[in-house]
Design a protein around this ligand. Structure first.
Ligand code: UDP
Length: 476
């Protein structure tokens, strides 16, 4: 009787407006909803299509206006993906997100949810939730390893104790002798000057400490030492509930995540179906990263030289002209049947999960990294920005399921430094030979662990249940 009289747990999810945050938050909302929780996603008009495939699951969507023009952005600019290459626009974007406090507060007033899961980029959400006496959970969108690296760098500042940008230093008080260089650190960590963004990120740390806890899209067995470190040494209350992408079970759900894919899922599966297991390398750099034409040319040449079959995702539309400047002459025709170039948005999880795919060249965005782990494929790591250099270390040094292509410099979103020979070498290293087999073996074991983690009795299943139960008792 007591449980019947309890009010249904109602969780508000408020993701940052970037696909790397919208996609896993939607998956998380689905997971909560599947456990009988009322889930509401809060977003802005132009980001609603990202959530259009919550088929069969009852998730409410509440829309608030994004004050683009008020913050000096072009009308309709509501997602950071399209403007991330301009730091000035990024600052304006964050300014606009600060103005979302009042409409969010209004929604909390109107709906009286029992809990707010808000993105790390909204540090003010902790205080708003407190006004309504409800817990605020933080969602970073990355793993315990990388949030802990960030915290250690802030606390101990080892990068200030080396004499050059390229001299490696060890992350202090951190398991595993992880080395980085100053060149690989984000501007907001290494630069002395304070910007609006670095200020915001400092506030993130404070708000996290004052919040109820952190939901992590990772699973305990992937990074046990770091999950413990985050909780015990960094003192965070955290629940590992991932990989959240595994809530997508059928072809359509796997294919349609965040945006409509630029290839029909059946066509994609047909192409992959003609290939032998582990014979195709998949190359994709997430939703934001951009490369110059000359870098794309190097990738094309490197892939060609590697002699591997591939699916390569390029964020460019089809050119009117027959030849495109970023491709060697006649490249696409020559690669017919062997290599597929997808222009636009790929059905990434569907592709990675196919048995024909045996390797992944990734920018190490956390979602992609975890999706690669889940699919059990070795990776070529090609980090560009954000916390991607930390994720690279987890993949290459801790998990030993990948090789670095050799990027040395944190560059925000435009990379332009890797030559064809390095690409050829790294692709061959994960696709053929003894080393590739060993990495693939380890990756497959982790992939199995990932799947077990979200099944009944699995660690992530258990953590999510624990969190929901705790929230229920907190709110009853
Ligand atoms: N993604 C996709 N198709 C694409 C590019 C990206 O489905 O063509 C998805 C990918 O599966 C992942 C997310 O978009 O879930 C990208 O997030 P990630 O953290 O890897 O990188 P970000 O885009 O934030 O740099």
């Amino acid at each position: 009787m007591a449980s019947e009289s309890r009010r249904q747990l109602h969780v508000f999810f408020f993701p940052f407006m970037a696909h790397g945050h919208l996609i896993p938050t939607m998956d998380m909302a689905k997971l909560f909803a599947a456990r009988g929780v009322k889930a509401t996603l809060v977003t802005t008009p132009r980001n609603v299509p990202s959530f259009s495939k919550t088929r069969g699951i009852n998730i409410d969507i509440q829309i608030i206006k994004f004050p683009a023009v008020e913050a000096g952005l072009p009308e309709g600019c509501e997602n950071i993906d399209s403007i991330a290459s301009s730091i000035e626009m990024v600052h304006k974007f964050f300014k606009a997100t600060k103005m979302l406090q009042q409409p969010l507060e209004q929604l909390l007033q109107d709906f009286q949810p029992s809990c707010l899961v808000a993105d790390m980029f909204f540090p003010w959400a902790t205080d708003i939730a407190a006004k309504f006496g409800i817990p605020r959970l933080v969602f970073h969108g990355t793993c315990s390893f990388s949030v802990s690296v960030d915290l250690s760098l802030r606390q101990y500042e080892p990068h200030k104790k080396v004499s050059s940008d390229s001299e490696p230093f060890v992350i202090p008080n951190f398991p595993g002798e992880i080395k980085l260089t100053r060149m690989q650190l984000p501007d907001f960590i290494k630069l002395e000057v304070e910007t609006d963004l670095s200020k915001l990120l400092k506030e993130v740390v404070g708000s996290e400490l004052r919040s109820y806890g952190v939901v992590v899209n990772s699973f305990y067995e992937l990074e046990p030492a770091y999950a413990e470190h985050y909780k015990k040494v960094m003192g965070r209350k955290a629940w590992h509930v991932g990989p959240v992408s595994l809530c997508n079970k059928d072809t359509e759900d796997k294919a349609w995540r965040g945006k409509e894919p630029s290839i029909n899922e059946h066509e994609c599966l047909r192409w992959l179906g003609t290939k032998k297991p582990n014979s195709v390398v998949y190359i994709c750099f997430g939703s934001i990263a951009n490369f110059s034409d000359s870098q794309l040319m190097e990738i094309a040449m490197g892939l060609d030289a590697s002699e591997q079959q591939f699916i390569w995702v390029v964020k460019k539309g089809k050119n009117e002209r027959e030849e495109e400047d970023w491709l060697p002459k006649g490249f696409e025709k020559r690669m017919e049947g062997k290599g597929l170039i997808l222009r636009g948005w790929a059905p990434q999880v569907l592709i990675l999960d196919h048995e024909a795919v045996g390797g992944f060249v990734t920018h190490c965005g956390w979602n992609s990294t975890l999706e690669g782990v889940t699919a059990g494929v070795p990776m070529v790591t090609w980090p560009l920005s954000a916390e991607q250099f930390y994720n690279e270390k987890l993949v290459t040094q801790v998990l030993k399921i990948g090789v670095a292509v050799g990027v040395r410099q944190w560059l925000r979103v435009v990379g332009d430094s890797i030559k064809r020979d390095a690409i050829e070498k790294a692709v061959k290293q994960i696709m053929v030979g003894k080393e590739a087999e060993e990495m693939r073996g380890r990756a497959k074991v982790l992939g199995e662990m990932a799947k077990r983690a979200v099944e009944e009795e699995g660690s992530s299943y258990f953590d999510l249940n624990t969190l929901i139960e705790e929230l229920r008792s907190h709110c009853s």
